[in-house]
Design a binder for this molecule. Sequence first.
Ligand SMILES: [Fe+2]
Length: 240
Amino acid sequence: MQNIIDIHAHILPGLDDGSSNWEETETLLEMAWGQGIRHIIATPHFSKRTDRREQEGLWDKMASIRKREKHGMSFSLGQEILYFEELPDYLEKGWALSLAGSRYVLVEFSPAAAFSSMLRAVRQLAGSGYLPVLAHVERYRCLHEKEHLEELIEGGAYAQMNYRSLEGSVVSSRTRWCRRQVLAGNIHFLGTDTHHADYRTPRIEKAAAWLVRHAGKERAEQLVCGNPGHILADRVLARQ
Ligand SMILES: [Fe+2]
C-alpha cells in the first residue's frame, strides 16, 4: 500500500523512549518510506510531569525533521498524552498538543485503567470539543474483559490500534481480539508506534497483508490513509 499516514510514532530523537538520536531517526524514516508511509505525525510522550523545557526542544526538533521533507514524505506534530484530569485546559493553553493541530487528541491510559475512568475521560474530552483517540486500544485490559470498546466509541472515542498487534504466526487470544475489532469496524486508525530501528519498528507489511486479505483492499486503504486523512484535515470522521 502507498500514501500511508502514520498517526503514532516516536521519531523525534532524545525526547522520550523513542528514537535515541538523529542517526536512528534517519534509519526509521528510511524504513517508514520503504513501507509506503508518506506522512508521519510525530507523537512524543506527554504527561502532566513532562518538563516544559522539553516542549521548547520539541518545536526545534520538528523544524529539523521538516528539513528532511523530501521525495514526498511530510510531517506534522502531536503528542501521545497520558490522560490527566486537567488535559482539556492544557490543550486549550497549548501546553499539550493535539494531533497535527486538529481536534483529535491521542490519549493513553495505564493498561490497568478502570473502564469507568476511561469512559469518564472520553466524555470529558468530547464534552470539551475534542475528538479523543485511544492510543493502542489493545493494551487496556478492561476492554478485553467485556465488549466495552463499543461503549467508549458511543461515548465519543476513536480507537487506534498498533499495526503489529494484527500480526502473529501463533495466533494468541489477544491477536484474535485485535483482528475481531478491526473486522467489526471498531478500529478507526492504525499506527506504527515506532520507537527504534530494532524494536517496535515502522514495519507494517505483515499487518497490511492481513488487512487486505481479510478486510478487503478498500477497507484497508480507508484505515491506513482515508481515516487518518480526516485528522490532517480536521474533519470529523463518522463512527460506525
Ligand atoms: Fe506510543
